[in-house]
Design a protein around this ligand. Structure first.
Ligand SMILES: C[S@@+](CC[C@H](N)C(=O)[O-])C[C@H]1O[C@@H](n2cnc3c(N)ncnc32)[C@H](O)[C@@H]1O
Length: 327
């Protein structure tokens, strides 16, 4: 696959031969093992996207934006582009604006980025890993913030195809890569990345301490972890383990209070731990749109008390922690 060749070329040109030689065989295995029944259809859509000359791209706008090319000002061409992109629904993370087609995703992922972008360590020139990156929206924002290399990993083949669609239009010269891998499929890297992001993933892990330990191993000494997760807004050291679904999700395991999460970070060897934000999730940030027509936040909350989920648990609130690996 071309992406693997361009990641190899880029990593080697940066002298990152070791990452390249460990990562690429694992990425190739992951690509070859995709079995999703719709994968061929999604790949076919990506292959049919119109080839347009490179345009201006804005990675720092709330919607990652590829500015209109003359050819797409023709309403027929724009309609065709919209139809192809809609074939990759549901679009959960974004938004994007591709040649005037505004992809109004379920999540306003820009709001999460705004909550942390001014607090994290400077990304300029950094090698960044985004674990559980969805379709790569935040990867583009990290690149826009100056990162020299951004590698996102996410096992979803749909998100991979959405990323391929976006990078088809942004052009291949940007060192932003998405590999369809789980964190547990990563080769045995240690002390590698300047900054590692894990956002929206900890509560899906059955072994959160193991997850934090893996993240720490990936970070270089004095590098930074950016951890975003649902928390239990309680002043005591406490954890919610839902007995079944949480907000209709059947894969939520541990929702710690901030002080317990701080203890987990300390016990896994992080230092300089800072809680920088707690924000309740609202329907401004997560909602059904024309690009994601399934249920969304309002369907997951108790209609008579939006402070609770439909199962009676506290409604989602999200925290962002920063922490460092000791030098
Ligand atoms: C709630 S989404 C968060 C997406 C994005 N990071 C954000 O904050 O908007 C969680 C993502 O983690 C991915 N994921 C699930 N298990 C994973 C694993 N073991 N390793 C890496 N990613 C995983 C899912 O496919 C999903 O896209």
């Amino acid at each position: 696959m071309n992406q693997l060749e361009s990641i190899k070329k880029h990593l080697e040109s940066y002298g990152l031969r070791e990452i390249s030689s460990l990562l690429l065989p694992a990425a190739r295995r992951a690509l070859n093992s995709i079995k999703h029944g719709d994968y061929a259809r999604w790949r076919d859509i990506v292959s049919k996207l119109p080839k347009l000359p490179a345009s201006t791209v804005d990675f720092n706008a709330p919607a990652v934006t590829v500015t209109d090319h003359e050819a797409v000002k023709d309403p027929e061409n724009r309609k065709n582009l919209k139809k192809l992109l809609k074939g990759l629904m549901p679009w959960r993370k974004g938004p994007y604006n591709i040649h005037g087609v505004y992809i109004d995703t379920e999540w306003r992922s820009d709001l999460k980025w705004d909550r942390l972008k001014d607090e994290i360590s400077e990304l300029s020139g950094k090698i960044v890993l985004d674990v559980g990156c969805g379709n790569g929206y935040h990867c583009w924002r990290m690149y826009g913030a100056g990162a020299s290399t951004v590698i996102g990993i996410d096992p979803s083949p749909l998100f991979l195809c959405q990323f391929m669609a976006i990078s088809h239009f942004t052009g291949s010269s940007h060192p932003v890569f998405l590999l369809p891998m789980k964190i547990e499929d990563l080769p045995d890297f240690s002390n590698t990345f300047d900054t590692v992001f894990s956002m929206g993933l900890l509560y899906h892990r059955r072994d959160p301490i193991g997850h934090l330990t893996r993240l720490k191993k990936l970070i270089r000494p004095a590098g930074e972890l950016v951890l975003e997760t649902i928390i239990l807004n309680s002043s005591t050291s406490n954890v919610l383990v839902p007995s079944g679904r949480y907000a209709k999700m059947n894969n939520v395991w541990f929702i710690p209070s901030p002080s317990l999460l701080e203890t987990w970070l300390k016990r896994t060897g992080f230092v300089n731990i800072r809680l920088i934000d707690i924000t309740p999730t609202t329907s401004t940030e997560q909602r059904r749109t024309k690009w994601m027509e399934y249920e969304s936040l309002n369907d997951f909350l108790d209609p008579s008390n939006p402070g609770l989920t439909v199962e009676g648990y506290p409604a989602p609130e999200r925290a962002v922690f920063l922490a460092e690996k000791p030098s």
